[in-house]
Every structure is written in structure tokens, then in C-alpha cells.
Write a protein that binds this ligand. Structure first.
Ligand code: LMR
Length: 333
């Protein structure tokens, strides 16, 4: 037995990589919860392609879509523990690990356009927010878009009264919870992977999400009505495990930063089109009936939700809300 162990150990020593031998690649596990054919799914695949190319295969990126490895909350814990190296959770998912600031992006009617969002994320506010992640064992590398949210249910949603008494699935954000409470609805936090079934079985009555997310999860098949409110935004922070990232050889990290910058530009170029295409596909299949709210209906929704800006100031930060609002609304188009 002893002899055998010695033989195994000796073989291991001789098999250890030497300068002339190929090193095992560095593995980046990139876990996410959405389908591959979404803005985030395509962004992660682009990062994989470019990262492997720029590092000449020294880095291998394994993308795990559709919550195959972890669901929403678990993936952040897995990143902190180092079980995965990279994620792109939505802004709404950082509250439970103690970072509330990203919930500012959940405020409805905050961002008139993607251009206005970019003023925030690419300017000093966005950069400063990323540094908050360091204390949680992660580094924020980039902001990726999804798009604007629509409301859906099995009854037509026009005015705030229509939401009364309904149960809505929400992401884990206190701003979103407060938003549905103002509408007289009951919010229920639920992992993304569970939404389709919850809608199908009536565990919840409705939800809010982007067309790309709704279409790729087939939510339109289990919601009779979708109202095109564009009231809020879903976007992502690409995060890496801090220890892993800082432990990389500097040249490799540089190549990965280049891959990230280019895949970010790519993801943010395709996001609007991806959502337009998903919306068109849902319209074509006709499983959910689309409602275009009138100006008066939108004004009523906005009025009911306006108190959120004050109510959430103590949680998200009064100054941050003001800064984001001023920056976003000062942007053109
Ligand atoms: C959701 O949970 O609805 C979204 O954050 C999913 C995603 O990552 O787009």
C-alpha cells in the first residue's frame, strides 16, 4: 500500500508542469440566471470568445446560463466563496448582501433613456458605486444593459387601481417591494428561475420584466396581458471574485480587461435590439395581449409611485438619488 502511494506521489511529481510543458488553463466560471439568447447571455458568450482569444487559451471561460449552477441569491454567495469567479447580477440583487446603493436604479421613471443611464454608469457616480463592492470581496468590472420593464398579469393593467390585491413577483429589492405596495399589490421576492412556474400555477398573479427576459422564459404564454409601461430598468453589474482577480498575472488580467471592455461595448450595443426583437416575437405569437397605456394612465402610475423617491431616501441615499436624477435627466434623448 505504502509502495503504491509512493509510486503515485512520484508520478505526480514527474507529471507536474515544467517550463516546457503546457500549463493547465485558468478557469473562469461565469454563472448567470437568464437564457443564452438575451443581452446578458450574449454578452457573456462574447466575453468568453474574446478572453480566450486574447489570452491565447491561457484562460478558459465556462459560461453557465439559466441558473444551471446557482439561482439569484446563491450565485452571489458562491462568488464570495470563490466557487465561481464571475457573475452579472442585476442591480436589484445586491441589497441582500448589504449594498443598497444599486437599488437606486430600481426607482421607476428615473431614466428617460439608455443614453441617460449611461451618463450615470459611465460617469463618476457609476465608478464610485463600483468601489462599494470591494468590501464584499468582489470587484465591479462593468455595467451591462438589459432594458426597460413592462408589467404583466392575467387582467388588463391600465390604472394604479388595477394592481390592487394582486400578487407580483419581484427581484430582491426594497425599492421594488415599496413600488408594488404603493400600487396596493403584494410583492413577493422570488428567484428568476421560478417565475414561469409561479405564474403558470397562480402562486403569483403578475410580474415586471424586460421583453427579452419575458420572451426567453415564455412568460408571455402564462400572462394574458402585458402593459408597455417602460416604468423601470434592468441592468447588470459584472463582478469578479476580488482575490481571484488580484491573484492573476498582470498581463493576463490586462488581456481580460480588454476582453471585458469590448464585450461590454458589444452587450450595450445589442441590448435595445434584443428587446425590440423579443417584443416583436411576442406580438407575433399573440399569446399575451399588449396594452399601450394612454398618457393619462402613465401620469397616474407616475403619480402613485412618486413618493418612493422620499420613502427610499434613507435606504438608498438622498444625495445619490438626487445625483442620479440630475445626471440622468440632464442627458439628451
Ligand atoms: C430578474 O430576476 O428578473 C432579472 O434580474 C434576471 C436577469 O438577470 O435579467
Amino acid at each position: 500500500m505504502r509502495k503504491m502511494l509512493f509510486a503515485i506521489a512520484a508520478a505526480a511529481i514527474f507529471a507536474a508542469p515544467s517550463a516546457g510543458m503546457a500549463q493547465a488553463p485558468i478557469i473562469i466560471k461565469f454563472s448567470h440566471v437568464v437564457a443564452p439568447n438575451t443581452p446578458k447571455g450574449k454578452g457573456s458568450e462574447k466575453f468568453k470568445e474574446l478572453a480566450e482569444k486574447y489570452t491565447n487559451g491561457k484562460v478558459k471561460v465556462e459560461v453557465y446560463p439559466n441558473s444551471t449552477l446557482y439561482k439569484d441569491k446563491e450565485e452571489l454567495e458562491a462568488l464570495q466563496l470563490g466557487a465561481v469567479q464571475m457573475l452579472a447580477p442585476s442591480n436589484s440583487k445586491f441589497g441582500p448582501i448589504g449594498i443598497k446603493d444599486f437599488e437606486v436604479f430600481d426607482l421607476p421613471f428615473l431614466l428617460p433613456s439608455l443614453a441617460s443611464l449611461r451618463k450615470v454608469t459611465e460617469g463618476p457616480i457609476g465608478k464610485k458605486m463600483l468601489t462599494l463592492l470591494n468590501a464584499k470581496g468582489m470587484i465591479g468590472l462593468a455595467y451591462w444593459d438589459n432594458g426597460f420593464k413592462q408589467m404583466s398579469a392575467n387582467k388588463p393593467l391600465h390604472m394604479p387601481e388595477d394592481y390592487k390585491g394582486l400578487k407580483f413577483r419581484i427581484q430582491s429589492s426594497k425599492v421594488l417591494e415599496a413600488q408594488f405596495r404603493l400600487l396596493g399589490a403584494t410583492p413577493q421576492v422570488m428567484a428568476f428561475s421560478e417565475v414561469y412556474q409561479a405564474l403558470q400555477t397562480g402562486v403569483v398573479d403578475g410580474q415586471e420584466n424586460t421583453p427579452a427576459n419575458m420572451y426567453t422564459q415564455k412568460m408571455d404564454e402564462v400572462q394574458k396581458y402585458t402593459t408597455l409601461t417602460n416604468h423601470g430598468y434592468i441592468g447588470y453589474v459584472v463582478v469578479v471574485n476580488k482575490k481571484f482577480w488580484e491573484g492573476l498575472p498582470a498581463d493576463i488580467r490586462g488581456q481580460l480587461e480588454k476582453a471585458m471592455a469590448e464585450s461590454t461595448a458589444y452587450a450595450n450595443t445589442i441590448s435595445a435590439q434584443e428587446n425590440d426583437d423579443a417584443l416583436a416575437a411576442m406580438k407575433k405569437s399573440g399569446k399575451t395581449t399588449f396594452i399601450v397605456p394612454t398618457a393619462a394612465e402613465m401620469a397616474a402610475m407616475q403619480k402613485v409611485m412618486e413618493p418612493l423617491y422620499n420613502d427610499m431616501a434613507s435606504r438608498v441615499g438622498k444625495q445619490l438619488i438626487e445625483d442620479v436624477r440630475r445626471t440622468a435627466q440632464g442627458a439628451t434623448n
